[in-house]
Design a protein around this ligand. Structure first.
Ligand code: COS
Length: 384
């Protein structure tokens, strides 16, 4: 059993920084959220804001120009931003997802080349694992890389890639030894967006998270030097899995932010909205909904913080806990946003109010960085 002292503690500086981010989110991000969604616009201005405020430095160690404040602080920040705008929270999440492979497995030279310029927010990455026919089963990917002298030549197409067209570099997983068998002969590479042969393919029109471009990067005879290999040749599947074990907490935090944002909005609305001569929060039908929403958010937060502490300590069961946090918080996000729309009634269903956007944004958290069915698989495997 875990001793009580080992669960987690939140340093005062984390709480203070989180409060600062909450204010920034409320004053500068929330007012932009509806138009970002409406226009499906990548918010360059808000990325600049996150960078100025040192928020994009949160995923990085001090030696790489980061804050060195760890996973818990990072995900407290993701939650605060997602309360206001889930698309903007994804800017911070991807800053972690697309750099974790280099942080965990890259050579010091690779780390120095890429991490400091991501910590300032100058560069933004993308994580290119999924393909049109390899989503839940990335071990079945078709993208391939062949060694020619001191270079690798990459061919293939990826799918569902966040930051398509915005990213300065892509972490690309490719088969380098087909004979090794499913998920074994895969290698991770850094591919800069200005390499000849790289192109931006189809961009998706999405239900939610519309302020973040998603789509298909294409690699046609793209040449990268051997120094761009991340970790060992043919050990790329483990690079992907170890990354997702940590980055899934970003999805959990984003989902929790959406859930708490919807709960707070519905609660404030229910105080003001009057029917039958009284505010609707005087009715038990509404009180019970709000109480359940608040309780689910609180439960999700405990699991998320516990999982973040496990990542920061390097506990052996961190992957199980990040899968549980992602699974639980994303389901909470769906349930609470559906209920928030119900509390607002007809007003919840129209774009003059933010809860319908929150409902649309919530859905992807049950799907990306591993569907919730995959999370259950990851959790169940640890139990046998
Ligand atoms: N950390 C490190 N290594 C891991 C690992 C982890 N969390 N999980 C698996 N591995 C290793 C295994 O130990 C095995 O190593 P060996 O080759 O030395 O035996 C290798 O990776 C293959 O593992 P396994 O056989 O379990 O792979 P599967 O193809 O069965 O895949 C799941 C397992 C389903 C967990 C994996 O495919 C997965 O996570 N799918 C979802 C992918 C995803 O999240 N996609 C979203 C797109 S990214 S935004």
């Amino acid at each position: 059993m875990t001793a009580l002292a080992e669960i987690y503690t939140i340093p005062q500086e984390h709480l203070d920084f989180s409060e600062t981010i909450r204010q920034i989110a409320r004053e500068r991000i929330a007012p932009r959220a509806a138009e970002i969604d409406e226009r499906a616009e990548y918010p360059h201005d808000l990325r600049a804001l996150l960078s100025e405020q040192d928020i994009l430095a949160l995923p990085f160690e001090t030696e790489h120009g980061g804050t060195g404040t760890g996973t818990l602080m990072l995900n407290m920040a993701v939650e605060e931003i997602a309360k206001a705008c889930a698309s903007t929270a994804l800017i911070l999440m991807i800053q972690e997802l697309g750099t974790l492979p280099i942080k965990l497995f890259g050579t010091p030279a690779l780390q120095q080349r890429f991490l400091p310029r991501c910590a300032t927010g100058e560069w933004s990455p993308a994580f290119a694992l999924s393909e049109p026919d390899a989503g839940s089963d990335p071990g079945g990917m078709l993208t391939r890389a062949v060694r020619e002298g001191e270079e690798w030549v990459i061919n293939g197409a990826k799918n569902w890639i966040t930051n398509l067209g915005v990213a300065d570099f892509y972490i690309v997983f490719a088969v380098t030894n087909r004979e090794a068998g499913h998920s074994r002969g895969i290698t991770a590479f850094v591919v800069e967006a200005d390499r000849p042969g790289f192109s931006v393919g189809k961009l998706e029109h999405k239900l939610g998270i519309r302020g973040s471009p998603t789509g298909q990067p294409i690699f046609e005879d793209v040449r990268v030097p051997a120094e761009n290999v991340i970790g060992e040749v043919n050990a790329g599947f483990k690079v992907a899995m170890a990354t997702l074990d940590r980055s899934r907490l970003g999805v959990a935090a984003q989902a929790l932010g959406i859930a708490q944002g919807a709960t707070d909005y519905a609660s404030a609305y229910a105080r003001e909205r009057r029917q039958f001569g009284q505010p609707i929060n005087a009715f038990q039908a509404i009180q019970f909904k709000l109480a359940d929403m608040e309780t689910q958010c609180a439960a999700g937060r405990e699991l998320l913080y516990q999982a973040c502490a496990k990542v920061d300590r390097g506990d052996p069961d961190l992957g199980k806990y990040s899968a549980m946090a992602k699974l639980f918080c994303s389901d909470v996000a769906m349930r609470t946003t559906v209920e928030a729309v119900q509390v607002l009634g007809g007003y919840g269903y129209v774009k003059d109010y933010p809860v319908e956007r929150m409902l649309r944004d919530a859905k992807i958290t049950q799907i990306y960085e591993g569907t919730n069915e995959i999370q259950r698989l990851v959790i169940a495997r640890t139990m046998s």
